[in-house]
Each structure stands twice: as structure tokens, then as C-alpha cells.
Design a protein around this ligand. Structure first.
Ligand SMILES: NC(=O)c1ccc[n+]([C@@H]2O[C@H](COP(=O)([O-])OP(=O)(O)OC[C@H]3O[C@@H](n4cnc5c(N)ncnc54)[C@H](O)[C@@H]3O)[C@@H](O)[C@H]2O)c1
Length: 380
């Protein structure tokens, strides 16, 4: 008999759907010790919350997140709301003794993230931040190859996250989905939204980032605000590029923008080591490019590894070799690892403290761009 884990989901938007799907699917594919029970969903609009509850099988719905926290029947709170609400909800959930999965970025800034880590660690509750790209099998395989020493000494880590959806000055700030353009709701622009993913994966692969030098730009400086109806200054970074030094002395090069015409969600990274290199592309997420310098020269070249075999990360749980999986599965992996960790008392990463480390890099990047100088990154 599996133990029941009663879940309260706060936020029924994009991430609310990916997380609900993960809870629904996890027991079909993974032999985890818990059975998540979708108890209550919370969102701003009552009729949407009701429809969402019906569609995904939640037993009830509410428009008041406090009710989710106050409900003694809820074991786990899942936070899928805009960034400015993460801290208040997570701290309240920790005080109520709930386990927590929180969407990224952890907070609006590092100061706020510190208060969250403090509350979570004081309460001793299980916690995880949803940097889901770590759990793309090809990205996890990259981590395995690095940890096995196949790349040898690492010289370069390069990552891009490119989009093009805010080029028009008519895209508003504030409101559903476009809250990302409102600095009060998002904290920052592409740095916290997109580069945070690249930074989390990079530090997981290649260790601590010690110092950064960045530039940012806000191409459209005024936008209509959905909530006030007025044209207001835009406070977020539309584009950000930074270079950095890792603790292992390798060099990093990161770029993110929402102004790369033609790119919708092009997350790529390449890692160059002494013995081998690795490259990955979200648009082809089930493949890992690998170059091994020890290959015989007449057949040496970049291989495209189709990450579908049963001995590759997570793939024994899905179909048969040759058949690939996609984006939504990363959230299933996340929940599966979280539930395993919950049972064994060995928390799955990234924890709130790991996400604080990413937040320190984001803060250093924004402050470097503002002051036009190198910044040292605080350690979590
Ligand atoms: N891991 C990823 O790849 C990834 C991708 C997208 C978004 N995110 C993160 O997920 C979070 C949510 O983003 P999204 O794209 O799902 O946003 P969204 O705009 O699609 O949904 C936001 C939800 O928050 C709810 N909400 C807003 N204010 C509320 C309130 N006061 N009380 C209750 N509910 C409220 C809305 O009703 C809506 O359901 C953000 O932190 C974002 O950065 C992560």
C-alpha cells in the first residue's frame, strides 16, 4: 500500500498544468512510495479554478491560497504562481509543516530568498525548486559523463536561452502570463526567468560560479500596464549577456533575450573539456552531442547520442529503446525524485538553498550590469 500525499496546488496556469500532469502520471511509470492525491487547486478566478479542478481531478478549488495552507488535510503545497508570491506562500507553508515544491526563480531577489531558506530550514520541511531542465534525460546524462571524468578538465561552459515574444511594443506588462514584464511581479526579466535555468544547470554540471561581468538592455522602455491601464516604465531586463569564472577556473559565457527573432525557446549549452565536449539543444532535447578526442582520428567527430536506451537516466521507466520522451516528462521525473527523497529522508535537489545560490548569481549579474563592473558572487 502506498502512502497518500495530499497535494494543494496554488496557480493553475502553465506550470500548474505541468505539475498536475506530473502528479497524475508519476505512479503509472515510477515505483514511488507515495500516491499524490490532488486535493485542492487555488487560482485567481473561481470559474477557471472549478474547471481546472474538474479537468485534472482535484477534489476542491478555492481562490484564497491561505485556505490551502490552513487545511490540516494538505501535506504538500505546490507553488505555481508569479514570483512575487513565492516567498509569502512558501514561508506560511513551511510554518504549517507542509512539504513544498516551488517554481523558479525562488524569489524576487536574494534577500527575499534568504528569508525563505531560513524559514524552510527552521521548519525542517522537505523542499524542492522546479529547475526542471536538470531532469531532461540528456541533461542528466551530461552530468553523469562530467562526473565520470570523461571531459577531463573543463575549460568552457556556454549557455543561451533565446526567445522572441516581446519584440512588439504592444505586448503589455502585468496580468496573466505578461506579469513577466512587470518588475514588481517578476523581480527581473530574462535574468530570473530564463538565465536562472541556465545558471542552475551550469552550477550543477560545473560547480560554483565565483564572479560575473554582465550587460543588460531594456529595448522597449514603456509598456501599457494591464492592471493600471496606464503606459508605465518597464523595469525588467529584456536581454542579458554575462561572462563569468567558475570555481574550477573554467570560463562561462551566457546569453538570454526575448528579442532573438525566430527563436521561441532555444535553450542550448556546450561544455568543452580537455578530453571531450558536450552540447545540448532544447529543440532536440532527447539528443546529446558528444565529441571524444580519444576516438581513432579517422572516425573522430561529433556523435549525436539518441538518449532513449534503458541504461540512460530515467529511460528504463518509459517506452522501449528508440522511442523518445519530451518536455512534460521532466516534471514527472522531478516529482518521482522528490517522493523518493521524501521517503528516504534524502532530499532531491535543487533545494531552496541550491536555488539561493542561483539567486546570488542572478543578483550579481544584475548588479554588475548596473554598476558596469565585475562582481563577486556570494556563496549559499
Ligand atoms: N520551470 C519552468 O520551466 C517554468 C516555466 C514557466 C514558468 N515558471 C515559473 O512558474 C511560476 C508560474 O508561472 P506560469 O507560467 O505558470 O504563470 P501563469 O501566468 O500561467 O499562471 C499564474 C497562476 O497564478 C495564479 N495567481 C496569480 N495571483 C494569484 C493569487 N493572488 N492567488 C492565487 N493564485 C494566483 C493565476 O490564477 C494563475 O493560475 C512562475 O514563478 C514562473 O517563473 C517555470
Amino acid at each position: 500500500m502506498k502512502k497518500k500525499l495530499n497535494v494543494g496546488l496554488i496557480g493553475y496556469g502553465f506550470m500548474g498544468r505541468t505539475h498536475s500532469n506530473a502528479y497524475s502520471q508519476v505512479n503509472h511509470f515510477f515505483d514511488v512510495p507515495y500516491e499524490p492525491v490532488l486535493q485542492v487547486v487555488c487560482g485567481l478566478e473561481e470559474n477557471v479554478a472549478k474547471d481546472f479542478a474538474d479537468q485534472w481531478g482535484y477534489k476542491s478549488y478555492t481562490t484564497d491560497w491561505h485556505k490551502v495552507i490552513e487545511d490540516d488535510n494538505i501535506d504538500q503545497v505546490d507553488i505555481c504562481v508569479p514570483n512575487n508570491m513565492h516567498a509569502e506562500i512558501a514561508i506560511a507553508a513551511a510554518k504549517a509543516g507542509k512539504s513544498i515544491i516551488c517554481e523558479k526563480p525562488l524569489a524576487l531577489d536574494a534577500a527575499q530568498a534568504e528569508t525563505m531558506v531560513d524559514a524552510i530550514e527552521k521548519a525542517g520541511v522537505a523542499n524542492l525548486v522546479s529547475f526542471n531542465y536538470r531532469r531532461v534525460p540528456a541533461v542528466t546524462l551530461a552530468k553523469m559523463l562530467i562526473d565520470e571524468g570523461r571531459l577531463g578538465r573543463i575549460f568552457h561552459y556556454r549557455a543561451n536561452f533565446l526567445q522572441d515574444w516581446t519584440i512588439s511594443a504592444n505586448v503589455p506588462q502585468g496580468g496573466m502570463a505578461t506579469w513577466r514584464l512587470d518588475v514588481k511581479a517578476a523581480g527581473s526579466g530574462v535574468t530570473g526567468d530564463l538565465l536562472a535555468h541556465c545558471i542552475d544547470t551550469a552550477m550543477w554540471h560545473n560547480g560554483q560560479i565565483d564572479s560575473v561581468c554582465a550587460m543588460t538592455e531594456t529595448f522597449v522602455k514603456k509598456r501599457m500596464h494591464v492592471e493600471t491601464g496606464k503606459v508605465e516604465d518597464v523595469g525588467i531586463d529584456d536581454a542579458c549577456t554575462f561572462i563569468c569564472r567558475f570555481g574550477n577556473e573554467s570560463l562561462g559565457n551566457f546569453e538570454s533575450t526575448r528579442y532573438a527573432r525566430g527563436h521561441k525557446a532555444l535553450y542550448t549549452f556546450e561544455i568543452n573539456g580537455e578530453k571531450a565536449s558536450i552540447a545540448w539543444d532544447l529543440h532536440d532535447l532527447h539528443r546529446l552531442s558528444y565529441f571524444d578526442h580519444s576516438d581513432e582520428s579517422i572516425v573522430r567527430g561529433w556523435r549525436s547520442v539518441h538518449v532513449t536506451d534503458g541504461d540512460m537516466p530515467y529511460m528504463d521507466k518509459w517506452w522501449v529503446p528508440g522511442l523518445q520522451i519530451g518536455y512534460e516528462h521532466t516534471f514527472v521525473h522531478q516529482v518521482a525524485d522528490f517522493l523518493e527523497g521524501l521517503d528516504k529522508g534524502e532530499p532531491a535537489s535543487p533545494s531552496f538553498r541550491d536555488a539561493l545560490a542561483t539567486q546570488y548569481v542572478c543578483d550579481a549579474v544584475l548588479s554588475s550590469a548596473k554598476d558596469k563592473e565585475w562582481k563577486t558572487v556570494k556563496k549559499a
